[in-house]
Design a protein. Structure first.
Length: 512
């Protein structure tokens, strides 16, 4: 559809649009679904609403024209090659990402990256200001856009602004390492309401505001005083994200997915136990720890192919960032070693897939897997864990879940592990394999109930309700007062008119 200059009552800003534009070597263009949990969740939320989504289309250089997909107006934001390097790969994914994930790898600090981050955040804010209707709700997402709330506030004091953090918010001791810590907090405090995955994340944020900005805080609120002396409060609470339970469950119930699941098991040599891992190829996901535990179980003779096999789907991610390159080569080296050492010809011990799959294939894999390994060292939520239990409408399967995921705080009945404790992880994997089916059914039922009662629609409604009830800001209150005054005047004018008409009617009746 052609570009429109329409304005929207709901505007989303996220680094990525829900679709990615891919230009092949021969120049042909195709659109695919963008990676990551944010898009998985927000795509289904926005499909139900009439709103705009401001984001990057995933390619370097000029952005495509705005277009409409279903009910969503997509407003692409361009990134130059330098900005992809400095704002996206650099500051977002080589500075913030490691700091926000417990510094599993060293973070890099570069002033050029920061300047690029500021510039790109400003561009996002301007795009938001353009498409937001008067008094609109603006919902900013994730660590790539932490300056956007304040920048939008400066451009459009009339809108209501929320921010949701899809990843952990670090303890102040780690956050404090960032040379730009004050600017980041001030950027976020442009929002009226801030949502986090866990109570601990919200607390970390409030504590950082108290210690690093000396801002007065009370429970979940931070008071912000502007240079002109005016002040407002921003609220920070935990609202854990979820998935479209009904949508995925119905997909998993289709005969096509069921027969594909059976076919997959056959293609994998009909193992007694099929284990599965599904992750972006990211060092936060604990893939190396998982492989180490699996390799030791093979070495100990506790498990062996072809009775047991393991499929690891590792979606390519941030491939030009050094730490991701290193991880890829370590993982691929380990997979090669494990297969070389322990797999007889024709029965691999690990099937390693370095690409992403469409949703129906994922649903079939979930249905086929007896044990799902979700072992991150740190993860804001981990929607794969929620997807797995959602797909298991047959109440089969077992979820091994790291206690360092946001999902653990909702799915604690799972087979819980500490991925750093390799011995413990091995025992948990064996427990997940050997627990009697009737107990696994009971566990799976409880896990599924949690996700079905707390699906993505409920998450979005909770966030938007919290944002709608955030206290009005002075500047917005002034604007609201002006609107009220105008409607009062109009009402009075209407009343005057009515009075005049009545008088006129009475007079003409008397004349008759
Ligand atoms: C995580 C982040 C998202 C990000 C996604 C994929 O889920 O929270 O903001 O979009 O990873 O990462 P990428 O760098 O490919 O966008």
């Amino acid at each position: 559809m052609p570009a429109t200059h329409h304005q929207y009552d709901l505007v989303i800003a996220a680094n990525r649009l829900p679709v990615d534009r891919v230009v092949a070597a021969d120049g042909s263009v195709s659109w695919g679904r963008s990676p990551g949990g944010l898009v998985t969740a927000m795509d289904s939320v926005m499909r139900e609403r009439d709103g705009a989504w401001v984001g990057w289309a995933g390619e370097v250089g000029q952005a495509p024209e705005p277009f409409t997909e279903g009910t969503i107006h997509l407003r692409p934001v361009p990134l130059s090659a330098e900005e992809v390097r400095d704002y996206y790969e650099g500051f977002s994914n080589d500075t913030l990402w490691p700091i926000y994930h417990d510094v599993i790898v060293q973070a890099s600090f570069h002033r050029d990256w920061w300047r690029s981050y500021e510039r790109v955040n400003q561009r996002f804010a301007e795009a938001v200001a353009e498409v937001a209707a008067p008094g609109a709700t603006v919902w900013v997402h994730d660590y790539q856009l932490q300056l956007v709330p304040r920048m939008v506030r400066q451009l459009r004091p009339d809108v209501r602004i929320g921010w949701f953090d899809h990843i952990p918010f670090p303890p102040v001791e780690l956050f404090a390492q960032l040379p730009w810590r004050r600017a980041l907090l001030e950027g976020l405090l442009g929002a009226d309401f801030l949502g986090f995955q866990r109570v601990a994340d919200a607390r970390n944020f409030v504590r950082a505001c108290r210690q690093l900005l000396r801002a007065p805080t009370r429970k979940d609120t931070v008071t912000v005083t502007a240079p002109d002396g005016s002040s407002h409060t921003a609220r920070a609470s935990a609202i854990p994200i979820s998935i479209d339970f009904q949508g995925l469950e119905s997909l998993a119930k289709t005969p096509e997915v069921a027969s594909r699941a059976a076919e997959l098991r056959e293609q994998l040599g009909s193992p007694k136990v099929l284990m599965l891992g599904v992750d972006r190829l990211d060092y936060t996901k604990g893939i190396r720890h998982r492989l180490k535990a699996y390799e030791e179980l093979l070495r100990d003779g506790a498990i062996a192919p072809p009775d047991v096999t393991f499929v690891q789907v590792a979606t390519p991610s941030r491939e030009r960032v050094d730490s991701y390159r290193e991880l890829r080569s370590q993982v691929e080296h380990t997979v090669g070693r494990i297969n070389g050492e322990y797999a007889p010809i024709g029965s691999p011990a690990v099937y390693y897939q370095h690409h992403s799959y469409p949703q129906d294939e994922m649903a079939a894999l979930y249905l086929a897997a007896d044990v799902m390994l979700v072992t991150p060292l740190r993860d804001g939520m981990n929607l794969v864990a929620k997807e797995y239990v959602t797909a298991r409408h047959d109440l089969g399967g077992a979820l091994v879940l790291s206690e360092f995921t946001g999902a653990y705080h909702e799915l604690h009945q799972a087979f819980v592990c500490n991925p750093h404790d390799i011995e413990g992880l091995k025992q948990t994997i064996l427990k997940a394999i050997h627990t009697p089916d009737k107990d696994k059914v009971r566990i799976m039922r409880a896990l599924r109930r949690r996700v079905s009662d707390h699906d993505v629609a409920r998450w979005a409604a909770r966030f938007l309700d919290a944002l709608a009830s955030a206290p009005a800001r002075p500047e917005r209150q002034e604007q609201q007062d002006r609107v009220d005054e105008a409607s009062r005047t109009a009402r009075h004018a209407g009343e005057d008119l009515k009075e005049r008409e009545d008088r006129h009617r009475r007079l003409s009746e008397r004349r008759r």
